[in-house]
Design a protein around this ligand. Sequence first.
Ligand SMILES: Nc1ncnc2c1ncn2[C@@H]1O[C@H](COP(=O)(O)OP(=O)(O)OP(=O)(O)O)[C@@H](O)[C@H]1O
Length: 308
Amino acid sequence: MHPIISVKQLGKQYASGHSALADINLDIHKGEIFALLGPNGAGKTTLISIICGIVNPSHGGVTVDGNDILTSYRASRSLIGLVPQELFTNTFETVWATVTFSRGLFGKPANPAYLEQLLRSLSLWEKKDSKIMALSGGMKRRVLIAKALAHEPKILFLDEPTAGVDVDLRRDMWNLVRKLREQGVTIILTTHYIEEAEEMADRIGVINKGRLILVENKHSLINKLGKKQLTLHLQTAISALPNGLDHYELELTDNGSQLVYTYDVHAQHTGIAELLKTLNDHQIDFKDLQSSQSSLEDIFVNLVREHA
Ligand SMILES: Nc1ncnc2c1ncn2[C@@H]1O[C@H](COP(=O)(O)OP(=O)(O)OP(=O)(O)O)[C@@H](O)[C@H]1O
């Protein structure tokens, strides 16, 4: 199956001389939810802006469903809905006029029933006759989402969709994203809330300093790079680790009252039994133990640190 978005050797150097993107190669599959993660200034918005035709690339190219974004701009752009990061919607227009206009802009025939259902799904129907400038920030953001979806795009970009939004909007947004995915819409989002990517995304891309350092299926990423930790709550605090435990990745925490053992999830041999036996030999007793697996957030922080 050919990718719905294909990014090849893409680079961007701003007029300031700053290199925001270098050698980005990325295929987005039809119908997936792809989360693009990266620290501030990594190049996420630049990448999205190039694909959406807002920023010109310096090198390389992008096709959207086979359409080159430069030579077939209209065809590629009409397949895309973009919810930008910035709230710039501050007009005298009503909500209804705005979404109707947005739909018309892409040459789609009027479809009031679709727009009504869209506004209802975003809890905006009661506000359809309100002027946008009179809406709250959260409501304006809902309007941006409705605008992006007014022409029934096949691909939706969400740039930091949940930054600073309340719990209700976040929930509505993710319900909508799930529904869109069921309808076959491809979704690409950037977020700083990694638990959100962990919950929603099929694949994760990590971008750092303008380079795509990793693209991976979410589950295999967590499996591959995830570590497990076993925490032993000691009966009596110790000041140092006894000899003979040097080859274990051990750390004493909480003033010597906890011993944390980090091990590879996929190791044939975790070494736990041996560790417990050695502790027993040294008469180090524990009253409780718990194990935990590293989250996507831990993995992300480590990856970015490695590429610092
Ligand atoms: N118009 C511009 N002119 C010059 N430099 C720019 C311009 N837009 C962005 N940059 C720079 O390019 C780099 C990438 O910015 P970009 O907005 O793509 O990052 P981001 O990953 O989206 O960050 P954030 O998470 O903070 O939104 C940054 O160093 C930024 O300062």
